[in-house]
Design a protein around this ligand. Structure first.
Ligand code: ZN
Length: 100
């Protein structure tokens, strides 16, 4: 009997979307027509884009989990994002402890 059964195909997917790559950003931006998805302001210069992780997982950079925001709207989710980032790295460390 094994606790570690099951394929690791999900793992490949996770790795692929672990970091917010340029092409992922591009996909999200094209989807949002280079506008903030909250207030619809067009991105230019320093007002964006910033990316919110909808499900709160910074390791989940699938375009469906990302929302492009301007600096003002991102201000509201920034706290959430950094808190999750902290928890995320805690989880990571735990994973390493258990030989993940
Ligand atoms: Zn906005």
């Amino acid at each position: 009997m094994s606790f570690f059964g099951g394929g690791d195909s999900g793992n490949i997917d996770k790795k692929k979307y672990e970091s917010l790559t340029l092409s992922i950003r591009q996909t999200v931006l094209e989807r949002s027509h280079y506008r903030c998805q909250k207030c619809s302001v067009k991105f230019r210069g320093s007002n964006g884009p910033f990316f919110e992780h909808i499900n709160g997982s910074l390791k989940d950079n699938r375009p469906s989990n990302l929302r492009s925001l301007c600096d003002k709207c991102f201000e509201h989710v920034k706290k959430k994002e950094s808190r999750k980032g902290f928890l995320g790295s805690m989880r990571n460390n735990l994973g390493q402890m258990f030989g993940n």
